[in-house]
Design a protein around this ligand. Structure first.
Ligand SMILES: *Cc1c(COP(=O)(O)O)cnc(C)c1O
Length: 372
C-alpha cells in the first residue's frame, strides 16, 4: 500500500476545484484545545425551541427514508410566508440551495458576481461548478448596487447577495433591492440570501419574497440554522419561479433533509414564542453591546450597523483585531477573525447572552485602554 508508482498518473481534480479555498468554520476551542464560549458562528444563544427538541425525539424509525419532498414542512413554510408550497425547495442547509443555484445556472466560462466581504460560500459555489467568481467593490463594507451592476457582462449568470450580509451585517433597503433587480438582465439569476431575514424588523422587509413571486429570475433563500436554533440539523430552503424550483429539485439530493431535521424544523416554525424571544433578545443585546463599544470613545473600535445577530467591529486604533481576538480567547471567548476574507482589521461578534456580551465589552475596554 505504501508503495507509490511515479509512472502512473493519479486521478486529477478539475483545476477549478483545486483553486477552491475550503470554507473555514467558526471555531469552538482555543489554540490549546480549551473549550471556549462560542460566539463565532452566529448560532442562537437561547438554544433551540423546546417544541423542536421534543418533535425531534418523536420521529419515525431511522430505518425508513425521510419524505423526499419534505411536504409537511414546505406547506408550513408556505403558509407562514404566504407562498405557494410548489414554489419552495428544501436543502441540506441553505448552503445546499446556494450551491445548487450556481450549479444549475452557471458553468465554465460563465461569471458569478457577489460583493467583496460577501458570504464565503458564494466563492466556493461559483468555483465548484467551474464558473468565474467576479467580486464587486464594497461601499464602506456595505453593498454598492452600482458597483455590482457595473460588472454585469454577457457572461454573467448568477448574482449572489446576502441581505443582511454576513460578515458585515449591512442591509440593503427595499428600494435598492428593487433597483438592482430592475437593472439586471432577465436571464441573470438574482439570489437573495436571507439567512438572517427573521432578525430584520417587519417594517424594514426588503421585498425579496414579492420579487421571487412575480419574476422568473429571483431565488430567495432562508435557513433554520440561525433564529430557529437548528444549525446542527442542516435545513434550509428557497423560493422562486416554478422553473427555478424544478431545476434545483432535479439536482438536489433526493433525501436531502433528514427525518429529524424535517420534524424539528416543522415544530420550530410553529413555536412563535421562541422566535419572538430570540428576536427581542438579539435586538436588545445588540444595541446594548454596540452602545458599550461606542461609549469607549477614542480607541478606534468601530461597530458597523447591523441588521443581523452579529456585529462586525473594525479595529482602527492602537488595539488590533488580532490582539483583541487573542485577548478574548484568553478570557474564554471565541469570536470570528477573518483575515482570509480580507478582514484582518475586524472581528465578528455573534450576539450571545447578556453576561457574555458585557464581559466581552469590558474586556475590549480594558485591552483598548492598555493599548493606548
Ligand atoms: C449562516 C448563513 C447561511 C446558512 O447556512 P446553512 O447552510 O443554512 O446553515 C447562509 N447564508 C449566510 C449569509 C449565512 O450567514
Amino acid at each position: 500500500m505504501s508503495e507509490t508508482t511515479t509512472s502512473k498518473p493519479a486521478p486529477a481534480p478539475k483545476p477549478w476545484i483545486e483553486a477552491i479555498h475550503a470554507y473555514v468554520p467558526g471555531k469552538s476551542a482555543g489554540a490549546d484545545g480549551r473549550p471556549l464560549i462560542k460566539l463565532s458562528a452566529n448560532e442562537n444563544p437561547l438554544g433551540t425551541s423546546e417544541a423542536a427538541l421534543a418533535a425531534r425525539l418523536q420521529t419515525v424509525p431511522p430505518s425508513l427514508y425521510p419524505d423526499p419532498d419534505s411536504r409537511a414542512l414546505r406547506e408550513a413554510i408556505a403558509a407562514r410566508h404566504g407562498l405557494e408550497a410548489a414554489r419552495v425547495v428544501m436543502g441540506t442547509g441553505s448552503d445546499e440551495i446556494l450551491n445548487l443555484a450556481a450549479q444549475g445556472y452557471a458553468g465554465p466560462g460563465d461569471e458569478v458576481i457577489y460583493v467583496r466581504y460577501g458570504f464565503a460560500v458564494y466563492d466556493i459555489a461559483a468555483r465548484r461548478c467551474g464558473a468565474t467568481p467576479v467580486v464587486a467593490p464594497d461601499a464602506d463594507y456595505g453593498t454598492d448596487v452600482d458597483a455590482l451592476l457595473g460588472l454585469v457582462t454577457e457572461k454573467t449568470r448568477v448574482v449572489f447577495l446576502a441581505n443582511p450580509n454576513n460578515p458585515t451585517g449591512s442591509y440593503l433597503p427595499k428600494g435598492e433591492i428593487a433597483r438592482l433587480h430592475a437593472a439586471l438582465p432577465s436571464d441573470v439569476l438574482l439570489v437573495i440570501d436571507q439567512a438572517y431575514g427573521e432578525y430584520v424588523p417587519a417594517e424594514d422587509e426588503d421585498g425579496a419574497f414579492a420579487l421571487a413571486a412575480t419574476h422568473e429570475n429571483v431565488l430567495v433563500t432562508r435557513t433554520f440554522s440561525k433564529i430557529f436554533g437548528l444549525a446542527g440539523e442542516r435545513v434550509g430552503w428557497g423560493t422562486g419561479a416554478p422553473a427555478i424550483i424544478d431545476t434545483l429539485n432535479r439536482i438536489r439530493g433526493p433525501f436531502n433533509v433528514s427525518v429529524t431535521a424535517q420534524a424539528s424544523a416543522l415544530a420550530a416554525l410553529g413555536d412563535t414564542a421562541f422566535i419572538e424571544r430570540s428576536y427581542t433578545h438579539n435586538l436588545e443585546e445588540r444595541a446594548r453591546f454596540v452602545g458599550k463599544l461606542e461609549a469607549l470613545g477614542n480607541h478606534g473600535l468601530r461597530p458597523l450597523p447591523s441588521q443581523a445577530n452579529f456585529v462586525l467591529v473594525l479595529f482602527e486604533g492602537a488595539l488590533s483585531a488580532e490582539a483583541a481576538y487573542n485577548g478574548l480567547a484568553e478570557r474564554g471567548y471565541i469570536v470570528r477573525w477573518l483575515p482570509g476574507q480580507g478582514l484582518p482589521q475586524a472581528l465578528r461578534f455573534t450576539i450571545g447572552k447578556r453576561v457574555d456580551m458585557d464581559a466581552m465589552a469590558d474586556a475590549l475596554a480594558e485591552m483598548a485602554e492598555a493599548a493606548g
